[in-house]
Ligand binder design. Sequence first.
Ligand code: GDP
Length: 398
Amino acid sequence: MNLVVVGHKDHGKSTLIGRILYDTNSLPKEKIDEIKQRCKALGRKLEFAYICDALEEERKKEMTIDATQVCFRSRKRKYTIIDTPGHIEFLRNMITGATQAEAAILIVDVKDGIKEQTKRHVYLLKLLGIRQVIIAVNKMDLVEYRKVFFDRVKEDVQNYLDEIGLKANKIIPISAYYGENVVRSSKRMKWFNDVPLIKALDSLNEKRKDYCFRFCIQDVYTAQEKKIYVGNVISGEVKKDDKVKISPGDLEAKVVEIVDGNKKINVAKRPHAIGIVLHPELSMGRGFVMYKGCKPKITKSIETVIFSLEKITSNKDYLFCCSTQEILCKVRVKKKINPISLKIEASSELKRNEIGEVELKLKKEAIVENFENVPELGRFVLKEHGKIVAGGTIRSLS
Ligand code: GDP
C-alpha cells in the first residue's frame, strides 16, 4: 500500500517515519548503528528524525529508483512511503499519476493544533482523491498524555474535515518520539480505547473496487499482417473471445488474441500492459478506449475543480491530457476556493497554486470516468507549451 505522510513543518513527520521504520525492524542494524554513532557524536540520544534525514541524504546520493522508496512491513502487508520532497513536487506527482498514494497519515502537533498548512494539505488530499486518512495527533508526551488536549485537537480537525466533506478513518493520539501508539499500544494513554497507528493502517482497504473493462490504446502495430492494439488494462478484465466495443464510436469486435510480450494469454486483468488482436479490425489509434459492460462517459464539457501550478486564464488554449488522450481545450474559471477559510469568490483566472471551480470546454469529445470508478480516466492535467500547468480529478459525471 502506498502511503503519504503530510503535516505542518515540525509537527513530527520525519520522527514518525523514523520511529515506524525502527519499531518495525525495517532498517538494517548497520544503519541504526551508524545513526546512533552520529547522534552520539552530536552529544544527543538517538533521534528518529535522523533516520529519516539519513535516508534522505542517501537518496540524494543514490541514483537508483529503489533507494528513493522507504518501505516497512506490518503483520498484514508491505507499505511504501511516497517521498514528498516538497509540496509542489508532491502535487505535481499526484495529479500526473506519477505517484499514487492510496492512504494518507496526517500529523498534527497536539500543542500547535491544526495550522493553515495542515488545512491546505487536507484539502488537497480530498481534491486528489485520497479518501483514506488517518490523523495522528503527535507529541502527546508534551501534554502529559492527557485526553483533554487530544480531544480539543480532535474536535478542530473533525470540524474542518466535516466542512470539506472528508472523513478520517481514525484519529489517534501518539508520541512519535517515544513510540506511544505507533506500533505498540500506549500504556500511558489507557483512556484511548482504539488501536495504534500501524493497526489502523492495516485496517484500511487496499483493493480498489471492481469496475467494467477499460483498455486505453497507446499505439497500434502491425505484425504478420495483423493489427495489434497495444495499451493498458486500467480497469476490469478481458478474455479471449470476449465481445468488446471501442469509444468513441461504439463499434463492436471480438477479441481473437491477447498478447503479453511474446506470449499469448487468455485473460488480462488490471493492471496489465498487453496487446489485443480484434476481429474485425477497427480503425482506431492512440487515445481510443476499448470497453466492455457499462459504457464510458463521453463529453466535450467537464465541470470540475483544478489545482493550478501556473497562472490559468479563461479562454486561453490548453492541452487536456487524460490517460492517452490529448485534446485542445479552453478553461472557463468560475470561482476560486480558499482552502483555509473555505471562502469561495468569483474569479476569471487562477494564480499559481490556487484552487478553482472551472468548466473545461474541449475541442472534441473526451472519454472520461468518475475518479472513484476509474482513476486513470478520472484524472487529468492541463498543459501549456508542453508543461503541466494544472491538474484535477473528475467526480461529477452522471
Ligand atoms: P517534521 O518537520 O514534521 O519532519 O518534524 P520532525 O520530525 O523533524 O520533528 C520536529 C521536532 O519535533 C524535532 O525536534 C523532534 O524531535 C520533535 N518531535 C517529533 N515528534 C515528537 C514527539 O512525539 N514528542 C516530542 N516531545 N517531540 C517530538
